[in-house]
Write a protein that binds this ligand. Sequence first.
Ligand code: FE2
Length: 160
Amino acid sequence: MAVNETRFGLSKKEITSSTDNLTIILGSEMVFYVKMRNYHWNISGNSFIELHRLIEEQYKKVEFLIDEIAERISKLGGKAIGSMQEFLKNSVLEEAKTTTVGQKEMLEDLWNDHNTMAKKLREFIETIDEETSDLVTVDFLTSVLESHESMGWMLKKYLS
Ligand SMILES: [Fe+2]
């Protein structure tokens, strides 16, 4: 969605590049958040309490990121998407399947999603860095990338 004003010394084209990429990250993080809540409620088996809490810790981190991403879009003069349909349409992640019930399957799914997010974030950071002078978004998305690497590392420890 093209923005119609310039700000902070960035052109409309530069801002649109940043906000378009941020919108995909926003949609994806919302889908990820909902999936984490689902698994927090439905995970069972060994170490139930530990995993129930670990997933809660992660969805709280993702919830914080979601707010920061949406507000970054708004600060740049863009409009943050806010409906379930828009989140799904803009997500690079798939929703949880109702057939995903095993503990290992859930952890693997979250691990894979952290990897998908890291890969996409790396692509977007490179694109924004090449197409714009929006260093704040580049820096911000690098911190989002770091969060996914840290959360992914925690989950991977249960899978190795
Ligand atoms: Fe809870």
